[in-house]
Design a protein around this ligand. Sequence first.
Ligand SMILES: [Zn+2]
Ligand SMILES: [Zn+2]
Length: 1017
Amino acid sequence: MAYFKSEAQRPNFIQQEEEILELWDRNKTFEHSVDRREGCEKFIFVEGPPTANGLPHPGHILTRVVKDLVLRYKTMCGFRVERKAGWDTHGLPVEIEVEKELGVNSKREIEEYGVEKFNRKCKDSVFRYEKEWVNATKRVGFWIDMDSPYVTSDNEYIESVWWSLKEIWNKGLLYRGHKVVPYCPRCETTLSSHEVAQGYKDVEDPSIYVKFKLRQAKEQEQEQEPVFMLAWTTTPWTLFGNIALAVHPEHTYVKVEVKWKEKADEKKKEILILAESRLDALEGEYEITERLRGKDLEGKEYEQLFDVPVEGKSHRVITADFVTLDEGTGVVHIAPAFGEDDYEVCKEKRLGFSQPVDSKGRFTSEVPFPDLEGAFVKDADKRIIEMLGQRGILYKESTHLHSYPFCWRCGSPLLYYARESWFIGMKSLRDNLLANNEKINWYPSHLKYGRFGNFLENIEDWALSRERFWGTPLNIWICEKCGVECCVGSIEELKERAKNFPFPQESDANLDLHRPYIDDVLLKCEECGGVMRRVKDVIDCWYDSGSAPFAQWHYPFETEKFKQNFPASFITEAIDQTRGWFYSLLGVSTAIFDVPPYLNVLSLGHILDEKGVKMSKSKGNVVDITSIFNKEGAGADALRWYFFTVGPPWEDIRFSEPAIAERQKKSLNTLWNSYFFFITYASIDKFNPNAKKIPVDKRSAMDRWIMSRLNSTIKGVIEALERFEIHLAGRRIEDFVVDDLSNWYIRRSRRRFWVTEENFDKDCAYLTLYEVLVALCKLLAPFVPFITEHIYQNIVRTISEDALESVHLCDYPSPDESLVEAKLEDSMDLVARLVEAGRRARADEGIKIRQPLKAVVVVCEAEKMEEVSGLAAILQDELNVHEVQFADVNRKSEFSDMENYKQVDVNDETTLFLDVSLDKGLREEGLVRDLVRRVQGMRKDIDLEYTAKIRILYEGDEEVKEAINRFLDYICEETLAASVEEGMQISESKREGFYEKKWKIGKKEVYLGIKHEIWNE
Ligand SMILES: [Zn+2]
Ligand SMILES: [Zn+2]
C-alpha cells in the first residue's frame, strides 16, 4: 500500500493552490465533474455576462465565487451543471472608453472619424482585459467553460436577438414613439427606465418662484394692478420651453394682493394667483381678495416669458389632474419638450411645442440671448435666474435638495427630452411580468415584492433604441416612398429581401452585422416596390444580455440546447442588477415566451471599502484583489472563505484584508492542524483505514459523539445551502471544525493516539478521525476547493487507487440519521458547560488548571445524572480532579454549606461544586504538572518532532526532588523522556548537548535541561 505523504506543519497554501490548478488542468477535472453526471437531472445556470473592457474588481470576484460555490455544490449533489461563460460586448460603456482613447467628445466627431473605424476599435477593446479576467476566474477557482463562451456581438447571437425582436414586433409590441425620454446629453442617447433607476443622486438645485403675467384687456391695463400666476420650478432652463401653466381643476385657488416687492417705494400693488393650501410659499403680508376653483382659471392667457418661437397655440392656463399640492404653488409650469406629463397634456390639449435645445443639451439660436446660445442648459440656470430678477418676474429664489437622475455610465445629469424612439410596450405586459415574478424565488425574499416587485408595478415601456454606433443594429427598415415598416428576423431573410448586400466579404463567416455595413443594406418594399432603409439606431445593450437564455444557444436556428436549458434553475449577481439584468431577463422572456427565465435568483451585496464607502474607480478606493491570491497568509481559499462567512451574501461587505487572514487562521488553519495531527500519527503507526472496519456503535462515547455532531452539521449545512444561507452553512462548519473537532475531540483524544501498542480503542480513534476528515473535505469542497482537494488527494487517493480522482467528483455527504444521537450531544454539551463552570470556579479562587484538585460534585436531576455519568471521565480530566461525584438535587444545600466547596450554577437544574482545598500531595502533583509543561515548551523551542524521545536533567530543592521521584512515570510518559536525572549544575560533562533553561515556578527556582535521545547513540 502506498502511504500518506508527510506534510509541513505550516504549509505554503499559495503553492498548494497552484499545484491543484495544474492537477485540475491535467486531469480535466471540471469537464469530468460535468460529464460524469450525464443523464442526471439538470441544474441550469446562466452566466450574467461581464464586460471585459475593464479589469475585474472585488465585486466581480465575489459574484464569481458565489456562483462557483453553488454550482460545485449542486454538481456534488448529483445534478448535471453545465457552465457556459459569456461576455457582454456592446453598448455605451465600450463606446465611452474608445471615445476617451480617441479624444473625441461627440457623435459628430465619431462620424467624422468614421463609423467603420470606430466600431472596429470598439470590437478590439472589448476583450482588452480578457486575459486578466480569465486568469482571475481560474485562479479563484471558478469553474466555467471559457473556451466556448457566448459573445453578444457575434453574428449568431445578434441573429437570435433579431429573431426575438421580430417576435415582439409580430405581437405589435415594438413601436415608434415620440416621447419625452430620459436622455444623456453627453452620450447623446436615450436611457431606459431601468437605467435611469440606477443613477439617482441627491443634489441641490435652484428652487425659484416665477410670476407669469396674465393678459388683460387693453383698456383695463392702465387702471388695474397686474395679475400674475405664481409657478414654481427647480429647472429654470426649461422655462424657455414653456407652453402652458397647469392648475388642478378641483382645487381652490386664491387671488392675493401683495406689495410690489422690488419697488416698495412706489407703494404699487400686485395680484398673485396660487393654490390656497400653498400660501406658505408667500413671504410678507398679503390679503386674499378672491377664491376660485382651478377650472375657473382655464383658458386664461399669459405673456410669454421669453421670446422663443413656438409652433401652435400656447401660453394659456390649462387644467390637469397630475397637479399636486405637496410642494410649489399648485401652478405647474408646462414645457412639453422637457417633461413626460407635459408632453402628454399638451398633446391632449392640442397645444404647441418649442424645443430650443439641441441633442447635446445646449441652447440653440432660438433662445433670444446670444450669450446663452451653445451653453449647456444646466449651466445656464444662474444666468436665467438673474434675467428673471432684472425683469421683475422672479418672486423668490432658494435651493432645493432632491433626488435627480444622472447617467449611470458617464455621470452627466440626465435631461427629460422629447425624442423619437423605439419602444417595447412593457406597460401592457405588466400583469404578465407580475405573474411570472410570482414563480420566482428571490433571495433575500423581500426583494420579490419590494425593490423588484415595486419596479414591475410601475413599469414603463422599454425605450429600446439608442442613437449610437456599437450595438446590435435595430432590425427595422422603413420604406422611403410609402412609409411601411418591416422587421427582419434572420440573416437568411435579410439576404432574401435585400436589393444589395454590401458586406466586406460575401461568406457568412466574415459577415459583420454591425454598423456601418448594415446601414447600406436596402430592402425592396413589398407594398409599393420602393426602397426601404434601416433606421439608424442600435439597441439597448441590456436587451442583449436579457436575451442570453436563448441567444447563447443561437435559438431558434438551433433548438436542442435551448430546450434543455430553459428556464434557468439559478442566477446570481449583485443587487444593482435588480433593475438591470434581473429585469431585462424577465422582460425579454415575458415578451417572447411569457414564462419566467429563472426560478431562483440570489442578489448579492456590494463590496465597500474599510470606511463603508462603495468601491468605485472614480473614488480610487478599489482594492487590487488579484494580489490577494498570491499573498502569503491569504490565497484563493482564504478569500473565498472570507466572502462566504463574513455575513449573509445579500448584505454589503466592508472589505478588510486583515480579516481575510483572521478568518483563514481560525478555520482553515485549524482544519489543516487537525489533518496534520492525523497524518503525523497515522504515519507513525502505519494506520490503514481501509483495513479496519469497526461499526460506529461499537466505538467510545467520544467517537460516537463526534460522528453525531458531524452528521448534525451535514444536515444543517445542506439546509442552509438550499436556502442560499451560505454564511450559516460556513459558520456551522467552522463551529464543527474549531469547537467540536479540534478543541474537543482531538484535544480530548490525543492520548489515545499516543499509546504505542496497537489496541481497539486506538483503532476506533483513528478510524473516527479519518472518517470525519474525509467527510469534512467533501463538505467543504464547494467552499474552499483547493485545500480540500489537497487533503483528499493525500488521505484518500494515496491509499485507494480506485477512489474518485478528485474530491469534486464525489457526492456531497448526506447526513446519516442513524448516527445522530441527540441525547449524547445534549450530554456532551452539558459536560462542556460543566467544564466551563469548573474553570470559572478555579479562576475565582486563583487556582491554575494544572493544579490537581480532590473532587467535583455535580448536583442534578436523576435522569441527567445517568446520561452524564458516562462522560464523567472527560469531566474529571478537563477539570483536573481526582474524583467526580454525582448527587441528587435535593442534596444541594448539603454542599452549599461546606466551606471547601466552591459553587457554580450551570443552569436551573444543575449545579457544580468544586472542592478547592489543597494538601501536600496535591501541591506536589501541581508542581510536577508545571514542570511537564515547561519541558514540553522546551521541546518546541528546539523543534523536536512530536515523537522524539528525550533525556531530562534537573536541579531543584528537596520538594522538587521529592515530587519528581514520586511522579517519575507520569513525567516520562508525558514528555517522552527516557530518563530524568538530577545534577545538572554539578557535572559539566553530563550537560553536553543539553538545551537548558532556568525557571521560576511559584517561589521555587528550577533548572531544566533536555536533549534529543537518539536510538543508536
Ligand atoms: Zn452619459
Ligand atoms: Zn413602400
